[in-house]
Design a protein around this ligand. Structure first.
Ligand code: GCV
Length: 663
């Protein structure tokens, strides 16, 4: 389903049919978000024959109301209540934001929102900040292109070296994001190059224009800034965060940002990370650095999101004591309690870098006196780059449900008091995400950020219902089941044909697409599998390895630290074992490697077949795009299978027990 030049994604006009057929009363006063709600309902009514009024409306079937009274109390500014009595469905909120989320909830329910009676139910987001970080460059970067790790065309925000003149598509993006619950967007790459540095000062007007386009959908705009800004933009001789002139510079620059964008969200900072400038150059800590920016933002209610992706990227692979996995915990836990209240540490969900399988970062839960945000990656840098189907809902859900202290301790979704952040997978591609099925990742992220306990399978159902409106298809069951079949297990399938048992990487250096078992093994960025003729895996135990396993709290240090109790899927992340080591599954490590690579390819073949069988039920352009990507996924999966299997056959000398051909 397309509207204009781009895909309608999960908001096709048909998704509004139930709302658009009703008599609606909007009792909500004025304000930009209320106007947005009115516009949405009026559009739907124009299409489906209903009517929306702002007064009267005694016979209303849908009432959307803002109330300052007890009914709105306790809902917060984003929550809403839904009830149905005597033929009227009522959404109540304390302001425009909650009302907008309530309206989209009714859209999700469709006709179900208008059936029977419904006692009042209250909905509030579990996390206050639900954010997308765009790694977009204003100028096209010579190596990274316009969007770093972007697989969906150019930037939605920037074109021809400046903010797009027509921001209609940005507004449409904001609408899609609001419909899945996202409320914050950072509009430029965390690797802030010189052109982009100027967005903070002389080019803030361009950011303000983007903020204007996103605001009607309740989305606050954030900006990535360079720690060296006082030098790059202010001509100061230093960026030392304790220097009075530097602090004054940040205060002045931030005041001007807020003159341009009154509801500006704050800064995102990648400091002392992969060569970016940071406080270490001045002998200062990350708390000193973050707090200098936090102090400048504090008078306006802004936040600094300070990333913890700090590690040594000049390692010597022969030095087995350096372990990239340890780095964030080692750098940051000693600083617990030193960060300002409006400084949020943004922690990647795993200790490495968005691999297909990683343990949850031990930093999460280890800093009780610091606000943490958890960062996941919707852009599929290491998970198929939006050429492969890899729906990440189950992975993110596993992370959010993990209890760092074990037992009945808090879950990651509760500990992420600073919010949930995803690196966005959207660009100016007509389908938004390159691979049309990758839209499911963006949608699922928003819904899990709203409710980290949500069942990802139910979220997938929701996405399928909204995007494909199967009830209007010739064969709703075949369509729904087919979509489920190709998406639901796709993360597990991807894992089966790529790096095994938690080992990670094994990708082509630089662009990170396709297999190269030793691609990073002897590079300064870290060493990942240590395969030799006898065995494979990284010994991260406390007893004989790097000690990383000891960073975990509760039962996890022990569980991960011992070969006997470590879960199979993470075995090679935590241990170096012989190829003949028998997994809990009963298979040896080497046989697991062979078998799962063959299984993974077979599953892609099957998914391609299922997709082909949906040709008569899916819009032709979308069907063709996915079909074409399946050809590439299958080619690539076979390449992965053959490279990984041949590598380990040669290293180990152990033949496949089932006698299959290994190239
Ligand atoms: C934006 C990985 C990616 C980089 C990215 C970095 C980060 O290393 O390969 O492209 O830089 O993560 O998260 O900062």
């Amino acid at each position: 389903m397309r509207t204009g030049d781009f895909d309608a994604a999960w908001l096709p006009p048909a998704a509004f049919r139930a709302v658009g057929r009703r008599r609606t009363l909007l009792r909500a006063g004025d304000g930009p978000l209320v106007d947005t709600v009115h516009g949405e309902v009026a559009d739907a009514c124009g299409r489906f024959g209903g009517r929306v009024v702002r007064d009267g409306g005694e016979d209303a079937e849908l009432v959307l109301e803002v109330t300052g009274g007890p009914a709105g109390a306790g809902l917060g500014d984003e929550g809403f209540a839904l009830a149905r009595r005597g033929g009227t469905t009522t959404v109540t909120a304390s302001g425009g934001r909650g009302l907008l989320y309530g309206l989209f909830h009714v859209v999700r329910l469709g006709e179900d929102a208008f059936r029977g009676e419904r006692p009042r139910e209250e909905h509030r987001p579990a996390l206050a900040v639900r954010m997308l970080d765009h790694w977009d460059n204003v100028a096209v970067h010579p190596v990274m292109g316009q969007v770093e790790r972007g697989y969906a065309g150019g930037s939605l925000f920037w074109a021809d070296g400046r903010a797009r003149g027509d921001l209609g598509r940005v507004r449409a993006y904001g609408r899609l994001l609001a419909a899945c619950g996202v409320n914050a967007v950072a509009v430029n790459n965390v690797n802030v190059h010189e052109t982009e540095a100027h967005l903070l000062t002389d080019r803030i007007g361009e950011v303000a224009a983007i903020a204007d386009a996103l605001r009607p959908y309740g989305i606050r705009t954030h900006l990535s800034v360079t720690f060296a800004a006082p030098m790059v933009l202010g001509s100061l001789p230093t960026a030392d965060p304790l220097d009075a002139a530097v602090r004054a510079w940040w205060r002045g620059a931030t005041a001007r940002v807020y003159e341009a964008i009154g509801d500006f969200g704050g800064y995102v900072v990648k400091a002392d990370s992969e060569g970016r400038p940071g406080p270490f150059a001045y002998g200062r800590s990350h708390a000193d650095g973050a707090n200098a920016l936090a102090a400048a933002l504090e008078p306006y209610g802004g936040t600094v999101h300070w990333r913890t992706f700090v590690y040594d990227h000049h390692q010597d692979w022969r030095d087995r004591s350096t372990d990239r996995a340890r780095a964030a915990y080692d750098h940051f836990t000693p600083l617990d309690g030193e960060f300002a209240p409006n400084a949020v540490l943004q922690v990647k969900h795993g200790p490495m870098d968005f691999q297909v399988r990683e343990p949850v970062s031990p930093l999460i839960g280890a800093m009780p006196r610091t606000r943490l945000a958890v960062e996941v990656q919707a852009t599929q840098e290491y998970t198929g780059q939006q050429r492969h189907v890899c729906w990440l809902g189950p992975m993110w859900s596993e992370v959010l449900r993990f209890r760092p202290e074990g037992g009945s301790g808090p879950r990651v979704g509760e500990l992420a008091r600073g919010g949930l952040v995803a690196v966005s997978n959207a660009g100016d591609d007509p389908f938004w995400t390159g691979h049309p099925l990758a839209q499911a990742n963006l949608y699922t992220f928003g819904r899990l950020a709203w409710d980290p306990r949500a069942d990802p399978g139910a979220v997938l159902d929701e996405w399928i219902r909204l995007t494909f409106t199967p009830e209007r298809s010739a064969d709703p069951v075949r369509l729904t089941d087919g979509l489920h079949a190709v998406l639901d297990g796709s993360w597990a399938t991807y894992e089966k044909y790529t790096a095994p048992l938690g080992v990670g990487f094994m990708v082509q250096p630089g662009h990170h697409y396709g297999p190269s078992v030793d691609g990073y093994e002897y590079s300064p960025w870290g060493t990942y599998h240590f395969a030799d003729r006898d065995g494979v895996g990284v010994d991260r135990s406390t007893a004989t390895g790097t000690g990383y396993a000891g960073q975990y709290a509760g039962p996890w240090a022990e569980v991960y630290g011992s070969v006997e109790t470590c879960p199979d899927e993470l075995l090679l992340f935590f241990h170096h074992v012989p190829y003949g080591h028998v997994l809990h599954s009963g298979r040896t490590v080497i046989q697991h490697i062979y078998d799962t690579r063959f299984e993974g390819v077979a599953e892609v073949e099957e998914a391609r077949r299922v997709w082909a069988g949906l040709a008569d039920l899916v819009d032709p352009a979308r069907h063709a795009r996915v079909a074409e990507r399946y050809e590439e996924q299958l080619r690539s999966a076979r390449e992965w299978r053959d490279q990984v299997n041949s590598y380990f056959l040669r290293k180990s000398g152990v033949p496949d027990a089932r006698g299959r051909t290994i190239h």
